[in-house]
Design a protein around this ligand. Structure first.
Ligand SMILES: Nc1ncnc2c1ncn2[C@@H]1O[C@H](COP(=O)(O)OP(=O)(O)OP(=O)(O)O)[C@@H](O)[C@H]1O
Length: 886
């Protein structure tokens, strides 16, 4: 054992031999750590039974403390081979060879040599160090390599720690009054900093105001001892400080400017400051309990319901990439769901919602996508990854999910204050590990994208707490903090990348895993930006929100319509379940909310689908406007119409219906509208691998929205460019009527010119194909959608009128006035329970038509009145109808 290096101050003695040993090892092992660490993380991916669950929580073996032995380095065995370590990584259960690791740090009386089971959690390791050193485990920060902080949630194997690896111990933030003014704290800080900067120390020195000549002098005076050169430089800088209170900030700024922002957190704070964590938690909890509600009006944020009264569980899928069994040259990735495959099937319904992404950014090529359904957000929080990306299109409930987490945490904190040892519900118990939870709206962050600033401007608005102290606390206790970043899609990621955030914790660093690596961060984003985010760092754990399944829908309806009788709730559910379109829309919380809202206000859902989709699109635009971004949201109809040309061309594509549009095939003007469509939530954008290239594709979030846009465009054309309108109609009536049925229905619902032309043409077609049942059905739907008495004339000459099933339900009156109904051999209308009145004024009815009228009344059910004025009927014949009226 040799004497201490002169640079080691303010602590018990460490021998130079240890110092050299650690430094040498650290550098020489560094290169080997990475691939193995990666392998360890890959091994921990949820490919097997349930390795997603954290070992401490879920009973994966953790070596009992007594099994970890302590020896001094000079007595220790030398390194095991890399091969052995790899073997441990490959089959952790079979091979349980212990790892020898060295824990060293300035506050330790001596370097600790521990023999640990690879499955030992970092939390258990800290306890071990506490026993040996007396340093409380919650104050310990353990690092490997160049400042990679170990997470308590993982085991040492998970971190890829190898035989003989050095683990560095620092004491967290010197929170208990540590400051640069305090000689011991300063000495520790300078000594720690002198260990790490390496070649960046000259940059740091320049930032601290030293000239080249002075740097040469330090080198000259302490030749061969880099640690001492840096230490002396820092000491010299300190002695020049007139105002010691400003010094910590200056040093942090200099570290950041020198490209070592990662070290800024090691600079202790100002003398006398201590962060009141209890106070901070109380303020956060009060804010969340007050504000975290389920919004029930797209514009009026104050119209919201209490979380417990309105929140319904969402279906979540974790998406993991595992090495593909197929060759990596495959361009399309395969998707597999491990459980609850019905959710996936539901989301991939053929007509309604475009498929979940099957392809991923390039790096993931050759990987197999495995989707694992999660029971609740608790499953998501226990995943090992510290960066979770929640992806879903507009209105699927991303924000609401984060609100729920923040609310549950606040609830737990508040109840915990009231009743000690109270049993928490399952999902909330996982939140216990977080002292602080921050929910930040990304689009309300300042230009610098400083998370601390955002916390103070969005949550702790009236707080007396100091930003600096909070920042220090987060840096020192990252694993006790949960950060929820909502709406990464609502800002330009380029702006985030370009932002200059000198102090604080910046969004760029957090999103790209550069800072707060061991802090759990959950980011939400729509699909379009999610892909971009993955280019900042590919190792996010991806969570997809699938929306509501049938049970969730029922729960939602019972909650939303809580003031209504259960019969009423049931009839709403029946109505929704009866239509495939409504059912698939109801999987998206935003749209289910709209339907419930309409039902509650009007006692029915709009009979015409045009109204329903018009309102839904309007809601999407309002939902976007409510986000208070600077961006101007354009007029709904204009925007939708501008998307319509490509939408219609896609539906009429001679090579088969096209629901995905390649970015590079869209001209720049239309592209802008498509991008905006994504912002509003009408479209989504995804990346797909095509050979070596990655191409972005747009698709409408629901096929029916593509049809609606196409219809709005067609109706516009009927006014502005009649020739183009006629050409499109010719294409449609040339064998496409059935495939674009919804476009025609929307056109009729949007009324005007287009409705009349379309109904006339379909009437003509029907005359030529009287027996075509499908055409009958469509024509009646169009007629119904148009809601125009005058247009009935195009159909009544046909022998058989069959009303569509959509007429069932709440129709009270059918008006067929002015149409020539004479000679009808058969009129088929399914029973309409609510039908009250049938108006048949001036319908050219004669005595011989009485049989058809009676059959009609009998089939309708409960008609109370028939108006037959101005027909050629004998009064006795009219009286004969009386028994058929109720
Ligand atoms: N889990 C849920 N329980 C009850 N209602 C919900 C739930 N999730 C969403 N909603 C309803 O749907 C609306 C839209 O949800 P939310 O704003 O969370 O969607 P989002 O995915 O964040 O959308 P965007 O991408 O536009 O930000 C909410 O205001 C709420 O009324």
């Amino acid at each position: 054992m040799q004497e201490d290096s002169p640079g080691r101050r303010g602590r018990a003695r460490i021998t130079a031999e240890e110092y050299n040993h650690s430094l040498g090892k650290l550098l020489s092992t560094k290169r080997r750590v990475k691939p193995n660490r990666k392998a360890a993380f890959m091994a921990a991916f949820p490919v097997k039974a349930s390795p997603r669950l954290h070992s401490d929580e879920e009973g994966v073996s953790v070596l009992p403390l007594k099994e970890a032995s302590v020896t001094h380095p000079e007595h220790s065995k030398t390194a095991t081979t890399d091969e052995t370590t790899r073997a441990e990584l490959k089959s952790p259960v079979e091979v349980r060879q212990k790892l020898q690791v060295f824990v060293r740090g300035l506050l330790l009386p001596k370097t600790l040599c521990l023999h640990l089971d690879p499955e030992t959690s970092v939390a258990a390791l800290k306890k071990r160090v506490e026993l040996e050193s007396g340093i409380q485990s919650q104050d310990q920060r353990l690092y490997i390599g160049r400042n990679f902080q170990l997470s308590e949630l993982l085991s040492i194997r998970n971190h890829g720690i190898q035989q003989d690896q050095n683990i560095k111990l620092r004491v967290g933030g010197l929170l208990g009054g540590g400051s640069l003014e305090d000689e011991k704290s300063r000495s520790i800080c300078f000594s720690e900093l002198s260990d790490v900067p390496g070649r960046s120390w000259k940059r740091l020195a320049r930032q601290l105001g030293f000239k080249e000549g002075q740097l040469d002098q330090f080198e000259e005076n302490y030749r061969g001892d880099l640690h001492e050169q840096i230490y002396k430089m820092l000491d010299a800088w300190w002695k020049k400080q007139d105002n010691p209170a400003d010094a910590p900030e200056k040093l942090r700024d200099a570290l950041q400017a020198a490209g070592r922002a990662d070290l800024a957190s090691q600079v202790p704070g100002i003398a006398g400051t201590s962060f009141d964590i209890e106070q901070c938690a109380r303020e956060l909890a009060a804010h969340y309990r007050e504000t975290m509600k389920v919004t029930t009006h797209p514009k009026e944020k104050h119209m919201a319901r209490e979380m417990d009264d309105m929140y319904v569980n969402l279906q979540l899928l974790e998406e993991t990439n595992i090495p593909s069994p197929v060759s990596s040259s495959e361009t399309e990735m395969q998707a597999e769901t491990v459980s609850q495959s019905e959710h996936l099937k539901a989301s991939n319904r053929a007509r309604c919602i475009p498929d979940l992404p099957k392809s991923q950014p390039d790096k993931e090529k050759g990987l197999h996508v495995q989707k694992i359904s999660l029971d609740s957000y608790k499953d998501m929080l226990v995943l090992k990854s510290n960066r979770l990306l929640i992806r879903a299109e507009a209105g699927y409930g991303k924000t609401t999910l984060l609100k729920r987490i923040a609310y549950d945490w606040a609830d737990m904190k508040t109840k915990g204050d009231q009743t000690e040892n109270q049993q928490q519900s399952e999902p909330t118990s996982v939140l216990e590990r977080y002292e602080l939870v921050f929910m930040v709206e990304v689009n309300r962050m300042g230009k610098k994208f400083d998370i601390i600033d955002a916390i103070f401007s969005q949550i702790l608005t009236d707080s007396k707490l100091k930003k600096r102290d909070l920042e220090q606390y987060i840096h020192d206790n990252p694993e006790r903090v949960l950060i929820l970043l909502d709406g990464a899609d609502e800002i330009s990621l380029q702006r985030v990348k370009d932002a200059q955030c000198k102090n604080g914790i910046d969004l760029k660093g957090v999103l790209s895993f550069k800072s707060l690596k061991s802090c759990k961060v959950i980011v939400t984003s729509r699909q379009k930006t999610a892909n971009e985010l993955l280019t900042m760092h590919a190792h996010y754990t991806k969570i997809n929100i699938v929306g509501f399944d049938e049970k969730d829908r029922q729960k939602y309806v019972r909650k939303y319509l809580a003031n209504f009788q259960s019969d009423n709730q049931n009839s709403f559910l029946e109505k929704v379940n009866a239509s495939e379109t409504l059912r698939s829309l109801a999987e998206i919380p935003l749209f289910l909310w709209l339907m419930c809202h309409t039902w509650a206000a009007e006692g029915k859902l709009p009979d015409q689908i045009t109204n329903l989709f018009g309102d839904t699109i309007q809601l999407l635009f309002q939902h976007k406007e409510s986000k208070e971004t600077d961006e101007q949201v354009s007029d709904t109809e204009t925007h939708v119409s501008k998307l319509g040309r490509i939408a219609l061309e896609g539906l009429l594509d001679p090579n088969g219906e096209k629901l995905h549009f390649k970015e590079d095939e869209i001209d720049s003007e239309d592209l802008e509208m498509f991008e905006k469509g994504c912002d509003v939530g009408l479209l989504s954008k995804r990346r797909k691998c095509q050979g070596l290239k990655t191409v972005s594709h747009f698709s409408f979030i629901h096929k029916t929205f593509q049809e609606y846009s196409a219809a709005v465009y067609l109706v516009d054309l009927s006014w502005t460019d009649r020739q183009a309108f006629d050409q499109y109609l010719s294409r449609i009536f040339h064998g496409n009527v059935e495939s674009v049925e919804y476009v025609l229905r929307f056109c009729c619902g949007l009324k005007g010119n287009a409705a009349e032309v379309i109904l006339q043409r379909i009437g003509d077609l029907l005359k030529q194909n009287e027996l075509n049942k499908s055409l009958h059905r469509i024509s009646m739907l169009l007629l119904f959608e148009a809601q125009s008495e005058s247009l009935v004339k195009y159909f009544v000459e046909t022998a058989k009128v069959e009303f569509p099933y959509e007429l069932q339900g709440s129709i009270k009156k059918v008006v067929l006035n002015g149409n020539n109904l004479h000679g009808l051999s058969q009129v088929n209308i399914d029973p309409l329970p609510s039908l009250h009145t049938l108006d048949l004024y001036r319908c050219g009815l004669q005595n011989s038509d009485i049989g058809a009228i009676i059959r009609l009344l009998a089939s309708l059910g409960d008609v109370k009145k028939v108006h037959l004025t101005d027909n050629n009927l004998h009064s006795n014949v009219a009286k004969a109808l009386a028994p058929f009226l109720r």
